[in-house]
Design a protein around this ligand. Structure first.
Ligand SMILES: *Cc1c(COP(=O)(O)O)cnc(C)c1O
Length: 484
């Protein structure tokens, strides 16, 4: 016997939560949050650590429901105040987007519809939207008619899937038989994302078979790549793939795709381009030249949740030959025209993330998204000039997209190790201040401060606040030290 009374109150709760009044509670929370982009009234991040936050949340297991008003109020009190506010124009830390507003609203609709793009029958329109978006993106890359792809949970899954496809091409028996005792190697620059190394390990090749090629001017050194390929050919070591990176995680560098494609063609090696961050440069007339040669890749990772400013998750893996993805997942015989995306995907149940990309493309156009990309890159260039003009700061590189590594150097009298310590302190101080949020990145032995500008509403004044705050903290640390 079910508890009729409990069932009835629960069903009544479901009904009442389907109302417009219930929706309005959430719309208000979101709209208040988005208002921060116009007038900053709250810090970017919280000062509280894991202990304080977990203590606040450690309430008894909630067996009984409460009214929606009460729960929303509790959320507003206990959770919302201490989020990292990506809409705050002072947010400049790791590349996570303050989402395009139309995609924020669309997320609710994606949840409401809950179309699983595993199978066409479960998501007829959403599946075809996914396939259409993949067609558009592969056209941007310059792939031909036989191209295809899949939405993924992120660049991580996209990189993994790309290398799985490369493995299926080189070792077609691996799906059934596993990896032989002499696995092939994968080459990538020292600027490659850590998920590339993980993918090599996950694929059973052994992480030591991910061979890193040194950098020149922050990009994969193509001469070093040429001699490594030559050396491996001489020792008859199989090379499963070369991974090039555009918009590298650390400095935003773009590898020379045309030169790398030449080498991959010479040695008949699968070329994967990790464009999680940088592939969106294709949307800008000004920047697409930095991806020259991308059309010669076998596979490309392109995250819409990076520089297309979508909410997590929206990412794609695009391949020159759609069939290579089906083979990646063990299919020997698949008709070219299959509309079943599960045949090309790591996932079974799959979110209809394509719908938010669809609405953003229609609302803002590729022109709109392209101009935001240009704007964020230009702002980073202006920040670079601002840093370069000051004697107490130095930049580590000219920005090639929206990422810059720099540091405070004061009067330039401090030795290297003291500079690292000082910048580490400044990083902590600034992020705790609530005025902004930045990241850190190690370049050789240098501790550098890193900004990634993702918020279209960040302005030069916010960058001035950053440099002035860092100077102010450096002076107070200095006084603190001399006072001891
Ligand atoms: C962000 C990023 C990744 C990882 O992608 P996720 O979407 O975080 O899974 C991989 N490569 C590069 C270059 C990235 O910037």
């Amino acid at each position: 016997m079910v508890n009729e009374q409990l069932l009835n109150t629960t069903l009544a709760a479901l009904k009442s939560d389907m109302s417009r009044e219930a929706a309005a509670l959430f719309v208000d929370l979101i709209a208040d949050y988005l208002d921060l982009a116009k007038a900053v009234t709250k810090p970017v991040s919280t000062e509280l650590g894991p202990e304080e936050l977990s203590a606040r949340l450690a309430q008894p297991f909630p067996r009984q429901g409460q009214s929606l008003d009460k729960v929303v109020e509790q959320f507003n009190r206990d959770i919302l105040p201490d989020v990292v506010r990506l809409v705050h124009p002072g947010y400049m830390s790791v590349p996570v987007a303050p989402p395009l507003p139309v995609t924020v609203w669309m997320e609710s609709l994606i949840g409401a519809l809950n179309q699983s793009t595993r199978a066409f029958a479960m998501s007829p329109t959403a599946t075809m939207v996914e396939r259409q978006i993949i067609r558009w993106l592969t056209e941007q890359i310059g792939f031909g008619e036989t191209a295809g792809g899949t939405f993924t949970s992120g660049g991580t899954e996209a990189n993994f899937t790309a290398l799985l496809a490369a493995r299926a091409q080189m070792l077609p028996d691996a799906w059934q038989e596993g990896i032989s005792s002499e696995p092939p190697v994968v080459l990538c620059g020292e600027n490659a994302h850590y998920t590339v190394f993980r993918a090599v390990a996950q694929l059973g090749l052994g992480q030591r078979r991910a061979i890193t090629i040194p950098l020149r001017n922050f990009c994969l050194d193509t001469e070093a790549l040429a001699s490594k390929l030559q050396e491996l050919a001489c020792s008859q070591t199989k090379v499963m793939a070369v991974v090039a990176t555009v918009g590298a995680f650390g400095t935003g560098s773009f590898d020379d795709l045309a030169a790398i494609a030449d080498l991959c063609e010479t040695y008949s090696v699968w070329l994967h381009v990790d464009g999680a961050h940088g592939a969106s440069a294709l949307l800008s007339e000004k920047h697409r030249g930095s991806l020259c040669g991308i059309e010669r890749a076998n596979s490309v990772t392109w995250d819409a949740h990076k520089m297309m400013l979508m909410p997590l998750s929206a990412s794609t893996l695009l391949v020159k030959e759609e069939r290579s993805l089906e083979k990646a997942f063990g299919s020997l015989e698949v008709s070219q025209s299959s509309n079943e995306q599960w045949t090309r995907s790591f996932m079974a149940s799959r979110r209809a993330d394509a719908l938010k990309v669809w609405i953003a493309l229609h609302r803002y156009g590729t022109d709109g998204l392209g101009i935001l990309y240009e704007h964020l890159c230009l702002l980073t260039q202006q920040f670079y000039e601002m840093v370069s003009k000051r004697t107490d700061f130095e930049a580590f590189h000219v920005p090639t997209c929206n990422i810059l590594c720099f540091r405070y150097v004061g009067d330039r009298s401090l030795p290297q190790s003291a500079l690292n310590d000082l910048n580490r302190q400044l990083y902590k101080h600034f992020n705790r201040s609530g005025r902004g949020l930045i990241a850190a990145f190690r370049i050789e032995n240098h501790f550098t401060l890193r900004v990634t500008l993702m918020n279209p509403f960040t302005q030069l004044e916010h960058l001035h606040v950053l440099l002035d705050s860092l100077t102010e903290f450096a002076q107070s640390l200095n006084e603190g030290l001399s006072g001891v």
